[in-house]
Design a protein around this ligand. Structure first.
Ligand SMILES: CCCCC/C=C\C/C=C\C/C=C\CCCCC(=O)SCCNC(=O)CCNC(=O)[C@H](O)C(C)(C)COP(=O)(O)OP(=O)(O)OC[C@H]1O[C@@H](n2cnc3c(N)ncnc32)[C@H](O)[C@@H]1OP(=O)(O)O
Ligand SMILES: Cc1cc2nc3c(=O)[nH]c(=O)nc-3n(C[C@H](O)[C@H](O)[C@H](O)COP(=O)(O)OP(=O)(O)OC[C@H]3O[C@@H](n4cnc5c(N)ncnc54)[C@H](O)[C@@H]3O)c2cc1C
Length: 667
């Protein structure tokens, strides 16, 4: 079967891997990206970016100072949003940005991820008509400023205020304390001249909670901060260092009434407040990012898996049999056990990410028609997915990094940067432990609805089902039946954990604790239930994709799905065993199946990561390059280090040489 990545001059080990491929890599890639046409467009964009001299990097970003890297990124962003703007569709933009600029952020990241979505979904028609065309034409750059130095998670306690002044029909935006400064918003520090700022809305002395306001921060001509505005960059971070995450203080800055985002909640000129149809519609920009970040985080893990798999195919170290040749490290079972589950999880996350994006679009449609009934389900699902996927991705990338040995620790591998970017997602858009509790709130309601025989939305329909005994290992050799048996066991486990958490909570309440304190006493269990609910959704979503896949890729997807399920179950063995639903023998069976899966997938491992269709430029990894010629490339990469510009560094001349000289002269 053809793996279409084979080229003359490639590392022979990698070519051999591709020759053992049992499926059509293009078919799988087309399925992953939605169609052949999408795949072709993806390739076209990659090729055109590589050929565009405006995107050429004289030296890799890894060797640039932060300021120079920000400069290079801004320069390329201008090319993207001027020269390229009309050459790509909006849905192709993330790929273009990844190719041209990389993953550490760019001046318009928050403009796209949150500023435009907030205005689109929350500005009323008048404000939208005025500001959106300007924002879409990049006449202005905006961001989303919500988090403060003292509060991020607990939005209700944000301190920035927007006090309505009826006499002038203006809001007065103010930062009352040091810790009320906005702190963290991406592109706030240096790039943006506007922001959607989240403030407590105060009318006649009454606090009506967090609402969003459009505030101009900098002069459109000079880009200097406007009077009353203190703004700047918060400094270097683990990653995202080409993003100017910023601080902002507002000293009684006045804005017109109509700059409140009033599509849902409204303030009339006389100060009358009209609440939205759903209390949390003001939080819409966060739901937007959570719904979209799942897919992009799947892609980060896919990259790491591609680097680790390809490198493990070309790296030879040690022998499995005495007297045999040095083996490809991909032949070690431990290496396969480290990397193959990351390939499977990357696919699972990408599939789930695509489903949740569709669900988000349906929910938005409903809201546009005055119906917010799909929002609670979406909020629970995106909160859970956001948390599980970012944590899984971080662990997975770190496994991939370690699996590359010493070279994985070098920036040349691209893996440290991937890890830094990925783990940001555990924190932004709501710290993971907190967001899992949002999911748990929904599950607790679901448990009650199920008890009352009420109808349940598809994502929690399993709460209303009855458990039979686990059929894992008992259904014979039919793989389809085995998949179903495992999914039923996962359903049982997700249901049991939710019911147990609910009972623990109730017990504490009956014991005299108030609901909230009792909740805090059971949140570890609540979050467990949320994680398994989410992992069940991911498994179901992968299964749906398998069942709808064309026959040409069904077999390899089925192998991958088997590995995915067996790995997840062994990873969650404690939960499967805890109530006796599964026994030790069944866990042993799952482990045996997992080890078999590693062997089954081995001949297709490289081809499975080839189907992620990530260009060398986008991958930005010496170890993961498509042709596998890593050793020469490593040397060429290292030569670009600025420490190599001279043979004798000033640091050596000024300090080390005199020290050695002094010590020698003492002898
Ligand atoms: C094109 C897309 C681009 C995608 C980008 C992709 C990749 C990323 C790449 C680069 C990075 C780019 C961007 C990164 C940007 C990062 C930006 C940020 O981080 S912005 C700041 C984010 N901040 C947070 O997420 C704060 C987290 N906190 C909260 O959301 C809330 O405080 C809370 C924890 C949810 C609690 O709120 P509150 O106290 O008001 O509510 P509760 O009492 O807990 O709940 C009451 C009720 O409401 C429900 N609910 C809460 N939130 C929502 C919601 N958003 N939608 C719907 N419903 C909600 C909640 O479940 C309760 O329901 P019920 O139990 O029925 O009463
Ligand atoms: C890379 C990056 C980009 C960001 N971009 C933006 C942006 O563009 N705009 C913006 O507004 N913000 C942005 N942020 C801020 C981000 O959204 C917040 O940092 C995040 O929401 C977490 O809030 P916090 O910092 O207050 O954490 P804290 O809430 O202080 O978390 C600290 C600890 O307390 C725990 N904790 C807090 N509350 C609870 C609870 N109720 N129950 C149990 N445990 C709890 C948490 O689990 C965590 O372990 C960004 C952050 C990062 C890292």
């Amino acid at each position: 079967m053809p793996n279409r990545c084979i080229r003359p001059g490639d590392n022979p080990d990698l070519t051999k891997e591709r020759e053992t491929c049992t499926f059509d890599t293009d078919e799988l890639a087309a399925n992953l990206y939605g169609s052949r046409r999408n795949l072709e467009r993806r390739r076209e964009i990659s090729q055109k970016v590589s050929a565009d001299p405006d995107f050429a990097d004289p030296i890799p970003h890894e060797f640039l100072s932060r300021e120079k890297a920000v400069d290079a990124t801004a320069k390329k962003s201008k090319v993207i949003f001027q020269k390229w703007k009309n050459l790509v569709k909006p849905e192709e933009m993330p790929h273009l940005v990844n190719e041209a600029v990389g993953i550490q952020g760019f001046p318009l990241a928050l403009h796209h991820a949150m500023f435009l979505p907030s205005l689109n979904s929350q500005a009323d028609d008048d404000l939208a008509a005025e500001i959106l065309p300007r924002a879409k034409a990049y006449e202005i750059i905006g961001t989303y400023a919500q988090t403060e130095m003292g509060h991020g998670t607990n939005l209700r306690e944000l301190e920035t205020t927007a006090t309505y002044d009826k006499t002038t029909q203006e809001f007065v935006i103010n930062t009352p304390t040091r810790k009320a400064m906005k702190w963290w918003p991406g592109n706030l520090g240096k790039m943006s001249n506007y922001a959607v700022v989240c403030c407590q809305l105060i009318i006649d002395g009454k606090n009506l909670g967090p609402h969003n306001f459009l505030v101009q921060l900098r002069c459109e001509k000079t880009h200097e901060p406007l009077p009353g505005i203190t703004v700047g960059d918060i400094g270097p971070k683990i990653a995202y260092n080409t993003t100017d995450n910023g601080f902002l203080a507002l000293d009684n800055v006045r804005i017109p009434r109509r700059q409140m985002l009033m599509k849902h909640a409204k303030v009339s000129p006389d100060g009358t407040y009209t609440p939205p149809i759903h209390a949390k519609l003001n939080y819409g920009a966060m739901v937007h990012v959570r719904a979209h970040m799942i897919y992009s985080h799947g892609h980060l893990l896919a990259r790491a898996a591609a680097v680790a798999t390809r490198y493990s195919a070309v790296r030879r170290q040690g022998r499995i049999e005495n007297g045999g040749p040095e083996v490809q490290i991909l032949d070690y079972q431990t290496q396969q056990h480290r990397i193959f589950p990351q390939i499977a999880r990357a696919y699972a996350i990408l599939f789930a990410g695509q489903e949740v994006r569709d669900q988000y679009a349906k929910t938005l449609e409903g809201i546009a028609n005055g119906q917010a009934d799909l929002l609670p389900d979406l909020h629970a699902l995106t909160s859970g997915l956001k948390s599980v996927v970012t944590f899984m991705g971080g662990l997975g990338i770190e496994q991939c990094r370690m699996s590359c040995g010493g070279h994985g620790y070098s920036d040349a591998s691209g893996l440290p940067k991937l890890y830094g970017v990925q783990i940001g997602g555990c924190t932004y858009e709501g710290e993971n432990m907190v967001m899992l509790q949002q999911t748990a709130r929904y599950l607790m309601k679901g448990v009650k609805w199920a008890e009352q025989g009420k109808s349940l939305s598809p994502s929690i329909a399993y709460l209303g089902k009855k458990s039979g005994k686990s059929l894992i290992g008992l259904k014979g050799g039919d793989i389809t039946r085995e998949h179903e048996a495992i999914l039923e066991t996962l359903e049982h486990t997700a249901r049991r954990l939710a019911i147990d958490a609910s009972q623990l909570w109730e017990k504490r309440i009956k014991g005299g604790e108030c609901k909230e304190r009792a909740w805090n006493g059971v949140t570890v269990e609540m979050n467990r239930a949320s994680r398994v609910y989410t992992r069940l959704f991911m498994a179901r979503s992968f299964h749906r994709r398998l069942l709808s896949s064309p026959s040409s890729i069904r077999s390899v997807l089925s192998d991958l799905f088997s590995l995915y399920l067996h790995y997840e179950c062994v990873d969650m063995a404690q939960h499967l065993l805890e109530d006796g639903h599964c026994n030790g023998g069944q866990i042993q069976y799952l482990k045996k199946r997992l080890y078999e899966d590693l062997t089954t997938l081995r001949p297709n491992a490289v081809s499975l990561v080839d189907s992620f269709e990530i260009s060398d430029r986008e991958l930005n990894s010496v170890l993961g390059r498509r042709d596998g010629n890593v050793y020469e490339a490593l040397f060429q990469w290292a030569k670009q280090s600025e420490l190599n510009y001279t043979d004798v560094l000033p640091a050596v001349k000024n300090y080390m040489m005199p020290m050695m000289e002094e010590n020698r002269s003492k002898l």
